[in-house]
Design a protein around this ligand. Structure first.
Ligand code: DX5
Ligand code: ZN
Length: 218
């Protein structure tokens, strides 16, 4: 186990060709991806705007893989259901949002969906500890969210180690996912730290052969 395990790969559509989004979803699915990562931004929680549930609904039929809706929005409590109804299987909620995280987790589970608790680089890892037993995934951001193609923040790596340690100690089962600046070099670092899932946008979609890029990340 540990360093020998096979990483799961989640291509982030943020760096895909938006004029042929359905085809891009097909291509990464055929290339062996494990999830489809959808970056939803509202221009308030982060300084960028992407797409909403309509787009997820439109591309959902192009892949049988689980879709992650990474909600970088200020009011996930108000909008998560629309993303679930659109075909999101895993709903990513930021710990920094000023909402009642506990009732949000309960509601999402009641709808039969999985919860991913997301934490930004400046946020203390301890803020997420009270939720670890109740979520399926924890997503450690290794860039400040908002844009693809930023550089990996190495100072965040101890957070991944702390989460992996705590998971082991408390016999918890959440998966650790990492998002931001993932390439073949940084993949090794986070894998060693205890990550299970790599989210990669520009590294996958700027590559010519998605299959070899995805294989190279594992
Ligand atoms: C950043 C998004 C990421 C982003 C990753 O705000 O949450 O999913 O697309 O892009 P890369 O892999 O290019 O850093
Ligand atoms: Zn993301």
């Amino acid at each position: 186990m540990g360093i020998m395990k096979k990483m799961k790969i989640s291509p982030s559509l943020l760096s895909a060709d938006f004029s042929r989004l359905g085809e891009e979803v097909v291509a990464v699915t055929e290339a062996g991806a494990d999830f489809i990562h959808c970056d939803v931004m509202d221009g308030d929680f982060v300084p960028n705007i992407t797409f909403g549930p309509m787009v997820i609904k439109a591309i959902r039929r192009f892949s049988p893989l689980p879709f992650e809706a990474h909600l970088m929005i200020s009011r996930p409590d108000k909008y998560w259901k629309e993303f679930a109804d659109a075909g999101g299987d895993i709903i990513g909620i930021h710990i920094e949002c000023r909402v009642d995280q506990n009732s949000l987790i309960t509601e999402i589970h009641k709808a039969g969906k999985k919860v991913c608790m997301v934490i930004n680089p400046p946020t203390d890892v301890k803020t997420i500890y009270p939720y670890l037993a109740d979520v399926e995934q924890v997503l450690v951001m290794t860039v400040n969210p908002g844009f693809g193609g930023q550089s990996f923040m190495g100072e965040v790596v101890p957070k991944i180690e702390q989460l992996a340690e705590r998971r082991e100690k408390e016999k918890l089962s959440f998966e650790i996912s990492v998002d931001g600046g993932i390439n073949s070099e940084t993949a090794k670092i986070v894998k060693k730290a205890g990550a299970d899932i790599l989210i990669a946008g520009s590294f996958v979609f700027n590559g010519r052969d998605y299959k070899s890029v995805i294989e190279g990340l594992r």
